[in-house]
Every structure is written in structure tokens, then in C-alpha cells.
Design a protein around this ligand. Structure first.
Ligand code: HEC
Ligand code: HEC
Length: 218
């Protein structure tokens, strides 16, 4: 019997570190600005991370946590300096070492929403014609460009900065997450500033594919 429990403990101990929260999260005060569970109280200054595994590509996380780029030039929407364009939280973000970033990214990728539907967006790219149409929706019909940076025909960055930049977002965001965000941003951010467009699935898929194709890197 004793041996049995010993073996069981050994299994638990050797399995748990994969899912355990890495100590950097506590040590570096990540919770001062981010929520890692929907149960936590919303801090004022940073985006939620409790669905990071649904939202981000792991390689992007690893890279960002070591050498962060600014995604929201005027700060996160809850930053007191957001309306004036002078964020109080310092930019760019604080950094982690290679090892710390690997540990934290592995942990972040285990954070998921319950009842989250995947498989909404396939990986077939838009045809040239469909992409041109989706670009029209993005720029003219829905005016996404007024709040988000994208690329013009010759590859120059243009667009508004009140929302996060969408340039190279295909390296950062998972297709299904973008789809769900476009369908109902209020589910992720109840008092956000992203308009609710009531898109049908087909249009949301087309715009998702267009957004994720806005790339400077091949
Ligand atoms: C002082 C507040 C603050 C602290 C501390 C902080 N962050 Fe952030 N974090 C932010 C803000 C603000 C952004 C948005 C940056 C941007 O858009 O350019 C951000 C962005 C991120 C992102 C990208 C999220 C997204 O939706 O774009 C990740 C991942 C992240 N932080 C992880 C961490 C981790 C892990 C720690 C601890 C090691 C940490 N942060 C510590 C404020 C903070
Ligand atoms: C009135 C301004 C506005 C318009 C118009 C707008 N957005 Fe947004 N959008 C925002 C803001 C603000 C956020 C920020 C939430 C945040 O900071 O994470 C956002 C967030 C996003 C995100 C999530 C990015 C992330 O990293 O969290 C995507 C994707 C996005 N918008 C795409 C679009 C698309 C596509 C359209 C057009 C169909 C559009 N937006 C129209 C303001 C806007």
C-alpha cells in the first residue's frame, strides 16, 4: 500500500511542473497588469491573458516576451492616458530572458476558454479576387483602417492607432480567435471600443483571412 502511494506521488510530482505556473509570473509582477484567470479582478493596465492559448501563436509569445514590439501605440484601452495618446504604462513592454520566456509561453499556451469552438477558419488562403474584395470591406465598408494599421498596395504602413496594429498579425493571432473576436468582441472585452458589426460567418471568415494576410515578412 505504502509503495502504491509513493509511486502515485512520484507520478504527480513529475507531471505537475508542465502545468504549474512558472515563478516569473509572481516575481515580475505580471498580475499587476494582466489577468491569468477570469476569476481575478481586472487590473487597469494590460490586456487579459486567461485565453492566451486560444489567442496567440506560441512562437510569437516567446519572441514578444524577449524583445517586445509596441502593438498598441496609444496604450491599452484601459490606460488612463489612452484618450490623449500618451500611455502611462511604459512602452515597450518589460522583457524576459530566453529561458524565462520559454517557460512563461509554455504556461500561457495552456490557458483556454471553456466551450471555445475551433475549426471555424480553414487554412486555404483567399484567392486574389476574394482578397481584393475583403480589402474593400476592411477599408471602405467597415472602416477598420480608421482604427487599425494595415499595409497599402506598395507595402507601406497606414491606418489608425486607436486599436492594436494588424500588421504581421498572422504571426501573432490564431485564425479562430480573430473570427470569434470579429463576431463578438464584447464577449472578450465587455466595455471595449471595437464596434460590434454583426457579421455573418462567411464575411467574418473572409475578413479574418484578409487581416491575417497583412504581412511585411514572408
Ligand atoms: C506595468 C504593467 C505590465 C506588466 C507588469 C506586465 N505587462 Fe504585459 N502588457 C502590458 C501592456 C500595457 C500590454 C500591451 C502592450 C502593447 O499593446 O504594445 C502588454 C502586453 C502583453 C502581452 C501581449 C498581449 C496582447 O494581447 O497583445 C503578453 C503576452 C504579456 N503582456 C505578458 C506579460 C507577462 C508574462 C508579464 C510578466 C513577466 C507581463 N506581461 C508584465 C502591461 C504589463
Ligand atoms: C472605432 C475603432 C475601431 C474600428 C472601426 C475597428 N476596430 Fe478593431 N479594435 C479596436 C480597438 C480599440 C481594439 C482593442 C482591444 C485591445 O486593445 O485589445 C480592437 C481590437 C481588434 C482586434 C484584436 C486585436 C488584439 O490583438 O487584441 C482585431 C483582430 C480587430 N480589432 C480587427 C478589426 C477589424 C477587422 C475591423 C473592421 C471589420 C475593426 N477591427 C474595426 C477598434 C476598432
Amino acid at each position: 500500500m505504502r509503495i502504491g502511494i509513493g509511486v502515485l506521488l512520484l507520478i504527480c510530482v513529475s507531471v505537475s511542473p508542465v502545468w504549474a505556473e512558472p515563478e516569473e509570473i509572481e516575481k515580475k509582477g505580471c498580475r499587476d497588469c494582466h489577468r491569468f484567470s477570469s476569476e481575478e479582478k481586472q487590473p487597469a493596465s494590460g490586456p487579459d491573458l486567461f485565453y492566451a492559448g486560444d489567442k496567440f501563436h506560441e512562437n510569437w509569445l516567446k519572441e514578444f516576451l524577449q524583445s517586445p514590439k509596441v502593438i498598441r501605440k496609444v496604450g491599452y484601452i484601459t490606460d488612463p492616458g489612452f484618450p490623449s495618446g500618451n500611455p502611462e504604462v511604459s512602452q515597450p513592454h518589460s522583457t524576459l530572458t530566453h529561458e524565462e520566456s520559454a517557460r512563461v509561453s509554455t504556461f500561457l499556451m495552456t490557458l483556454h476558454l471553456p466551450d471555445y469552438e475551433t475549426g471555424k477558419v480553414d487554412d486555404v488562403p483567399l484567392s486574389k479576387g476574394a482578397r481584393a474584395q475583403a480589402k474593400m470591406l476592411f477599408e471602405r465598408n467597415f472602416g477598420c483602417i480608421a482604427c487599425h494599421e494595415a499595409l497599402n498596395l506598395v507595402g507601406k504602413v497606414r491606418g489608425g492607432v486607436s486599436g492594436p496594429t494588424l500588421v504581421d498579425s498572422g504571426l501573432r493571432l490564431k485564425p479562430d480567435w480573430v473570427f470569434h473576436w470579429l463576431k463578438s468582441p464584447e464577449k472578450f472585452l465587455p466595455r471595449g471600443r471595437m464596434p460590434v458589426f454583426n457579421l455573418d460567418d462567411e464575411t467574418a471568415i473572409r475578413i479574418t483571412k484578409y487581416v491575417l494576410s497583412i504581412r511585411t515578412k514572408k
